[in-house]
Design a protein around this ligand. Structure first.
Ligand code: IPE
Length: 258
């Protein structure tokens, strides 16, 4: 089993509402065909999710007014998912969309329930399940935002993938923000013990799912359920493909406590 997360910053222009990067979507989905193993695809929401999720306060306390905003963002993330599914179809795979809004629930932002059997059943039939960051039911908050990373963890637990790849818009994890600091160094690997050495900086931008540090912590947990886990640059042609094929590529190996 191979598991990949296509980050929202690669698939979309994260600063401009509902703006897909169509060329990147087509290239990346093509890279996912012909890998010779079962595959599950998770993708982020980028500007199809974060901008309005923040505007409608979808991670906030329960209120009747959240439903309308949630419905809009659910529609938007499915529109992005349609582009990903379309690309995978064109690449020759048999993708099936499994929206978290239907198969997962949270309780105060933490996982409450997750239906794994649709993934198992479709994989067995030769499909490529595709799921994504979404707005889902939350027992405390009514609805809440669920990052694709939460799906990554649950899928990794259930399938114990041979290889997990995170496609980011930079080469991997750096000692500080490479977009701001010229002296930022790419880490070849990251383990829990390295976290205090990394300058994550203040959370910035419209990201409603916790910023880089929360993502890295979850990646470490995901890595503990996989043989290999690596963060690579999804903007570099064939890097995601090569990483999934087990080739040595530029990136940051995530080393979980197995
Ligand atoms: C975010 O999902 C979901 C919504 C904002 C609705 P992710 O956390 O997986 O998305 P990216 O990768 O940061 O864009």
């Amino acid at each position: 089993m191979l598991l990949v997360k296509l980050g929202g910053s690669v698939l979309t222009d994260k600063a401009r509402l509902r703006t897909p990067r169509k060329t990147a979507i087509l290239r990346l989905t093509k890279e996912l065909a012909g890998l010779g193993d079962d595959l599950i695809v998770v993708h982020g929401a980028g500007s199809f999710g974060h901008v309005l999720a923040r505007r409608y306060r979808l991670n906030g306390v329960a209120s009747p007014s959240k439903a309308k905003g949630a419905a809009i963002v659910q529609r938007d993330v499915r529109a992005l998912d349609d582009l990903v599914v379309g690309g995978l179809l064109k690449a020759g795979l048999a993708p099936v969309a499994l929206p978290p809004s239907a198969i997962l629930s949270l309780d105060d932002g933490r996982l409450a329930s997750f239906e794994v059997s649709p993934f198992e059943d479709y994989v067995r039939q030769g499909f490529t399940p595709v799921t994504f960051g979404d707005v889902v039911r939350d027992r405390t908050r009514g609805v809440a935002v669920c990052s694709g990373d939460v799906l990554m963890l649950e899928i990794a637990k259930a399938f114990r993938p041979r290889c997990v790849v995170f496609a980011a818009d930079v080469d991997g994890l750096f000692t500080s923000d490479p977009k701001k600091r010229g002296d930022a160094r790419l880490l070849l690997s990251v383990a829990e013990a390295d976290l205090p050495l990394i300058d994550f900086g203040p959370a910035k931008g419209p990201d409603v799912t916790g910023g880089i540090e929360a993502k890295v912590r979850r990646m470490l947990e995901i890595a503990s359920h996989a043989d290999e886990c690596i963060i690579v640059n999804g903007n570099v042609k064939n890097r995601v493909r090569d990483a999934l094929r087990g080739r040595i590529v530029v990136g940051t190996r995530v080393v979980g406590g197995h």
